[in-house]
Design a protein around this ligand. Structure first.
Ligand code: FMN
Length: 189
């Protein structure tokens, strides 16, 4: 799959099959993620590979899922089988780097047939304690990784950014059009 197709087809997937993700694949995703563009090349982020049940459960409990959907639940049999965590050194300017690394990981995952969802870690301190992470590392974002058990598609933005579920339970994610977001151009195709 080429990069454009991966970027167009990647959607956040929140329900997963329990098929394990090969450990080498998780390491490969972290390895490609480390090559992100970095403010002043400081590279203030680290990765954690999480695939053992006790740890994936701890990550799951540290997250809030699908804030726009009332009563959204992920049953135990649909929890993500693995995560890559983005750890920051606590620097304020690490957010850009973490975003770039997360995008890199998600596109690489999509290109090899895996689904992902990037999530802010809501209960960072308890997860930090559970994983016994030492200073200076703070778990900032989680990327759920696995084979999806739900569908999601982009739909035209019509005034609301809130995603919803259609009659089949598929996610519909409003995306602004190119016309909405192209604020200036001095040439036309
Ligand atoms: C930094 C970041 C944090 C996010 N945090 C959450 C989250 O806490 N819970 C969640 O369900 N989704 C989260 N998402 C996923 C967004 O809701 C999702 O990207 C957005 O709805 C667009 O959908 P798409 O990724 O399928 O294009 C997050 C995405 C990003 C980039």
């Amino acid at each position: 799959m080429d990069v454009e197709t991966a970027a167009r087809e990647r959607r956040s997937i929140r329900r997963y099959q329990q098929t394990p993700v090969p450990v080498q694949t998780l390491y490969d995703l972290a390895d490609v993620g480390r090559l992100y563009a970095s403010v002043a090349n400081l590279q203030p982020i680290g990765f954690a590979v999480v695939s053992q049940k006790a740890n994936t459960d701890a990550v799951f409990e540290s997250l809030n899922w699908a804030m726009y959907l009332k009563d959204f639940r992920i049953e135990p049999e649909h929890r993500p089988p693995a995560y890559l965590l983005l750890l920051t050194e606590g620097r304020k300017d690490a957010a850009f780097d973490a975003g770039g690394a997360a995008a890199t990981v998600m596109l690489a995952a999509k290109a090899c047939g895996l689904d992902t969802c990037c999530l802010g870690i809501a209960r960072s301190e308890s997860l930090r304690n559970h994983l016994d992470l030492t200073e200076p590392w703070v778990p900032a974002y989680a990327i759920a990784v696995g084979f999806g058990a739900q569908k999601s598609r982009a739909v035209p933005f019509e005034g609301t950014v809130q995603y919803w579920l259609d009659e089949n339970g598929d996610f519909c994610v409003p995306k602004k059009s190119l016309n909405d977001v192209l604020i200036f151009a001095d040439v036309r195709p």
